[in-house]
Design a protein around this ligand. Structure first.
Ligand SMILES: [Zn+2]
Length: 230
C-alpha cells in the first residue's frame, strides 16, 4: 500500500525529472553548432613548412585545440571535418556540412607565396554572389534572406577573429578579404577561412611551428566563437 507521503515523494521525483528533461532539451535546442575545417589532410599535405611538418598538421593541431577549448561551453557544439591525418576531399567536406548542418563553418589554412616578405594573417569571408541564388520567386526571396544572414554573420565573425588575432600579432593584419570559399559556392552557410600565417616567411614559419603560438591562435579563435554567440 502506498501512503500519502510516498505518493507525494513520487510526484516530487517525477516533477523534478520532467523539469530536468525539458530544461535539457531547451538547452540542447539553443546550441550553436560550429564545424571547423582543418584544411588538407592525409595525402594532401598543403604547403610544406619543413621536412616533417606541413600545413595539414598545423591546421589539425589548431582545430583540435579549439574544439578542446570550447568543449565546456554549454551553448556550443564543435564538430571537425577531420580529427586525424586523413584525406578529406571537397565532397567529403560538403557532406560534413550537410550532415552536421552547422550554424558556422570555419576553415583553417596556412598561407604561402608572394616571396619571403609577405607575412601575417588574412581572413576570407564569402560574399555569396547572386548566381548562387536560383529558382522561383518565393524560394528566391527566402534564399536572398538567408544569403543576407550568411553574408552578415560571415563578415561579423571575420571582424571578431581579426580583432582577437590583432592582439596576438600586432601589425600582422593583412585585412579581411572578400572571396567565395569552395564550399560556399553552392551551400548557403555563414563561413570564414583563416589563413593563419605564411609558411614562406621565415618569422611566420617559426611561429606557426611553435606549439605556443598554435595554442595562442586557437585561443584567439575560440574566444571569437565564444563572444560571437554570447
Ligand atoms: Zn591550404
Amino acid at each position: 500500500m502506498l501512503d500519502k507521503k510516498k505518493i507525494l515523494l513520487i510526484i516530487g521525483i517525477l516533477t523534478s525529472l520532467l523539469i530536468f528533461i525539458s530544461g535539457e532539451s531547451y538547452a540542447a535546442g539553443k546550441k550553436k553548432i560550429i564545424l571547423i575545417d582543418p584544411a588538407h589532410g592525409g595525402k594532401e599535405q598543403g604547403i610544406k613548412l619543413n621536412k616533417d611538418v606541413s600545413e595539414k598538421d598545423i591546421t589539425l593541431a589548431v582545430a583540435l585545440s579549439i574544439k578542446q577549448m570550447l568543449a565546456r561551453e554549454n551553448n556550443l557544439e564543435i564538430y571537425l571535418t577531420r580529427d586525424s591525418d586523413k584525406t578529406v576531399d571537397m565532397e567529403d567536406r560538403k557532406d560534413s556540412i550537410n550532415k552536421v548542418n552547422p550554424d558556422f563553418f570555419l576553415s583553417l589554412h596556412v598561407n604561402g607565396g608572394f616571396g619571403k616578405e609577405a607575412s601575417g594573417f588574412e581572413i576570407y569571408y564569402p560574399e555569396f554572389s547572386d548566381d548562387a541564388v536560383k529558382g522561383k520567386k518565393a524560394a528566391k526571396d527566402n534564399k536572398s534572406q538567408l544569403k543576407n544572414k550568411c553574408r552578415n554573420d560571415s563578415l561579423r565573425m571575420a571582424k571578431v577573429i581579426q580583432d582577437n588575432m590583432n592582439i596576438l600579432f600586432p601589425r600582422k593584419n593583412r585585412g579581411l578579404r572578400k572571396a567565395d570559399l569552395p564550399v560556399t559556392d553552392d551551400i548557403l552557410i555563414p563561413a570564414v577561412s583563416v589563413e593563419m600565417g605564411f609558411a614562406t616567411n621565415p618569422e611566420d614559419k617559426k611561429k606557426l611551428l611553435s606549439v605556443d603560438t598554435q595554442a595562442e591562435i586557437s585561443k584567439a579563435i575560440a574566444k571569437s566563437i565564444k563572444s560571437f554567440y554570447r
